[in-house]
Design a protein around this ligand. Structure first.
Ligand code: ADP
Ligand code: F6P
Length: 323
């Protein structure tokens, strides 16, 4: 028989993502609806270790659903990677009467949640990252806003690139994952899409493609390049030298991680946050909330972390076929 859950905590960890506030709001309101007290933990695991903990009431999450970032703040905390740090984190939870924690973040944050569970604190992970690179779920909070922000920026660069008959390299976020680049590349009709998972570093192919497109009268050439490949500025210089076509690099950077979340992000974040509170209150632990095959569900963290996610070869091929 699992013990009764009277108080839960909520924290955000790793890179922030638009929609995290909607998830925090849903955790707080759903828990309160279930007559469970909620403690907000500031600045991720670092804030837990520093005891930056306060009670959250319904009004504390008023007016935040449309706000980007995270009202709790986020951080990376190396001390939490150590067994001593993890045991101390669990002790602090007990000191504040926290029976379980909802952790909103990516894979790394899930490992922290797993460690807390090993130390006797119930934990539930919620997928929050703009990168879409969490294998167990088809959806991660923030991705939709990030790709729409980047798409809008790329459309704008394309206008000026066409007017000046230039080539443009647009660097989008994704240090290890090319989902943002693939989605933005397809949705803006980019001529080339470079993903960390697929790139063969053959710049000559890009050069030939640009020269060929000029021959057939194209006025622009848009290359969407993922952060994981990077080096967009030096790539632009080399491409300009090899093609004779003026080439500029634009690095979109952190603008993709900010801004008001889209309706999709608010919706998924709200359901996932409330779902996490529900299963935590029901006594579940060491689970992650996911959206799979059209349904909200939960999986064991161990199982979730062991899963692999790859860019679909079929979708990647289509990107080339229709460019
Ligand atoms: P994300 O959650 O977005 O993947 P990180 O990988 O930076 O981001 O992880 C966020 C935080 O989670 C780290 O700063 C650390 O405090 C904690 N964390 C990451 N990996 C581990 C681990 N193996 N064990 C315990 N805590 C971890
Ligand atoms: O949040 C995901 C992400 O934006 C990745 O695409 C990127 O690699 C990373 O975060 C960069 O985060 P930071 O600069 O905050 O370490």
């Amino acid at each position: 028989m699992s013990k009764e859950i009277k108080t839960i905590g909520v924290l955000t960890s790793g890179g922030d993502a638009p929609g995290m506030n909607a998830a925090i709001r849903a955790v707080v309101r759903e828990a309160l609806h279930n007559k469970v007290k909620v403690m907000g933990i500031k600045r991720g695991y670092r804030g837990l270790l520093n005891e930056e903990i306060y009670e959250m009431r319904a009004k504390d999450v008023s007016g935040i659903i449309q706000a980007g970032g995270t009202i709790l703040g986020t951080a990376r905390c190396s001390e939490f990677r150590t067994e001593e740090g993890q045991a101390r984190g669990a002790e602090i939870c007990r000191k504040y009467g926290i029976d379980g924690i909802v952790v909103i973040g990516g894979d790394g944050s899930y490992r922290g949640a797993q460690a807390l569970a090993r130390n006797g604190i119930n934990t539930i992970g919620v997928p929050g990252t703009i990168d879409l690179d969490i294998a167990c779920t088809d959806y991660t909070i923030g991705f939709d806003t990030a790709v729409n922000t980047a798409m809008d920026a790329i459309d704008k660069v394309k206008d000026t690139s066409s007017s000046h008959e230039r080539c443009s390299i647009i660097e989008v976020m994704g240090r290890h994952a090319g989902y943002i680049a693939l989605w933005c590349g397809i949705s803006t009709g980019a001529e080339d899409i470079l993903l960390p998972e697929k790139y063969d570093y053959d710049e000559q192919k890009i050069v030939d493609h640009i020269i060929n497109n000029r021959r057939i009268g194209k006025t622009h050439h848009m290359i969407v390049n993922a952060e994981g490949i990077g080096h967009s500025t030096s790539m632009a210089k080399r491409i300009e030298a090899a093609t004779g076509v003026e080439t500029r690099a634009t690095i979109l950077g952190y603008m993709q991680r900010g801004g008001s979340p889209t309706c999709t992000d608010r919706y998924y974040a709200s359901i996932m946050g409330a779902y996490a509170a529900d299963i935590l209150v029901a006594g579940k632990s060491n689970r992650v909330v996911c959206y799979r095959d059209g349904k909200f569900t939960d999986l064991d963290i161990e199982e979730a972390l062991a899963m692999q996610k790859n860019i679909s070869d079929y979708e990647y091929q289509i990107a080339w076929n229709i460019r």
